[in-house]
Design a protein around this ligand. Structure first.
Ligand code: CO
Length: 134
């Protein structure tokens, strides 16, 4: 793992939250992207070298919609940048930590992603992400 790539915040209304975080950060988001396959809309803010991802559900089957049925809005996941996602997934699996998907999925912001099972990570939802090289 190379570094924290972004911190994900679950929100119920992306437009409302964009306005809140625009006030907090003093700048606009640089990207908004729907990921239909995940049922989410994402909004990214750049703070120096760090990124914050707001993530909201676009349908009731979305993992975010399920999450917000049992949790408040707020800190949702920490994403780590990896060089080779399949290699990291194998390594982590061999450590006995379950993954939420066996094959990397296409995420927002030109990334391949995989989530670790929060029951195996002290309750912290961890996302691995690898930049898709063109
Ligand atoms: Co994320």
């Amino acid at each position: 793992m190379k570094r924290i790539e972004h911190i994900g915040i679950a929100v119920s209304d992306i437009e409302k939250s964009n306005k809140v975080f625009k006030k907090i950060f003093g700048k606009e988001n640089f990207k908004e992207e729907r990921v239909e396959s995940e049922g989410v809309i994402t909004s990214f803010f750049q703070i120096g070298t760090n990124k914050i991802e707001l993530v909201a559900a676009i349908n009731i089957d979305s993992p975010i919609s399920k999450y917000l049925q049992g949790n408040r809005e707020g800190m949702h996941h920490i994403a780590f940048d990896v060089e080779d996602i399949e290699k990291e997934m194998d390594r982590i699996k061999q450590e006995g930590i379950r993954l939420l998907n066996d094959i990397p999925k296409k995420g927002a912001d030109n990334k391949l992603i995989c989530f670790l099972h929060p029951k195996d990570t002290n309750g912290v939802l961890i996302e691995l992400c690898q930049e898709i090289k063109q």
